[in-house]
Design a protein around this ligand. Sequence first.
Ligand code: UDP
Length: 325
Amino acid sequence: MVKVLVTGGAGYIGSHVVKALGEKGYNILVLDDLSSGHKEAVLYGNLVVGSTADSELLDRVFSDFKPDAVMHFAAYIEVEESVRDPLKYYENNTCNTLKVIKSMIKHNVNKFIFSSTAAVYGDPKRVPIREEDPLNPINPYGRSKMFVEHIIKDLSESSDFSYISLRYFNAAGADPEGRIGQSYRKATHLITRALKVAKGEFEKLYIFGTDYPTPDGTCIRDYIHVDDLASAHVLALEYLLSSGKSAVFNCGYGKRYSVKEVIEAVKRVTNVDFPVEETARRPGDPAVLIADPTKLKAELSWVPLYDDLDFIVRTAWNWELNRRF
Ligand code: UDP
C-alpha cells in the first residue's frame, strides 16, 4: 500500500485528510509537533511527535518509514500574527518546508502535496480567481506560502521532483460524524469564533471592518467544508502518483459570503442571538477572495459533497458542543 508522510496531520485540515486517506487504506505516518494539533485528532496511522525544523528527525522518519509521497500541512496560519511577527512565518512556513523538501531529495522521495492558500493572490484583480492569475500576497503569511510555490516549481523544472499545490480558500466545518474538528486555542477564524460566542465562551463577536468595497462593507470569502477539501487532497495524491505531473489547484466552491452573512448563518443554525460589534479592519485582510474551482473539477474530477453554508456551520456547531479535545 502507498505510504504517505503527513506533516501537520494532527491539525485541523491535516487530520481530516488523514481520515480521508485512512478510509481509502493508505499507510499513513503523521509528523506533528502538537503546537496546535492534537494527538486524538489522528484517526489513522501512527504519530511521531516532533518538528519539521528538526532535520535529524526528518532523516530518521524518511529512513524508517520510506514514504512514497509527502503531504505537507505543518505551518502557521494566522494572517494577523504574520503581520506582527513575519520571521515566525518565514522560519516555519518557508525555511522548515525547505528542510522537508531537502530531506525528501536525500531519501529519493519526489512527490509532494503542498498546503497553499488563497492568500497568495492578495487583493485579486478579478473574481472568481483562476490559478493563472497573478500572485501578489499582501501579508507575510501569503508570502511565506508563495515562496514555497516558487521553490517547488523551480525544483520540478530542474529534477524529477513533482508537486501539487492546493490553494485553500476558507476551510470550515467539521467531520459530520463529530469525531474531529477545529480545535485551536486562539480560535481566530470567523465561523469558529462566532460559534464560541454563541456558546458563551467569548462575550461578543467583532466584525473587522465594515468599510470594504463590498455590498455590505464586510469582507467576502468562499467557505469550503473541510471534508471536501480533504477529498481534493486524495484526488491530488492519486493524480500525482499516476501522472507525476506538477499542478496547482484552487480549492473552493466559488460561492461568496460576507462576514455579516456568515454571522446570520451562525445565528440561524445555533438559534442564539449573540452580541456583535463592528470594529476596525484587521491588518492583512483582502476584501474579497473567491475561487474559480473549474480546474479542480475538470482535471481531478472533484465532486464537492457539502457545498452548503448552513451544513458547514451545523457540523462545526456539533463539534463545538461535543468536542473531545
Ligand atoms: N473576521 C471577523 N471577526 C472575527 C474573525 C474573522 O470579522 O472574529 C473576518 C476577517 O476579518 C475576514 C473574514 O472574517 O474578513 C474571514 O477571516 P478568517 O480569519 O476566518 O479567515 P481568513 O480569510 O483570514 O483566512
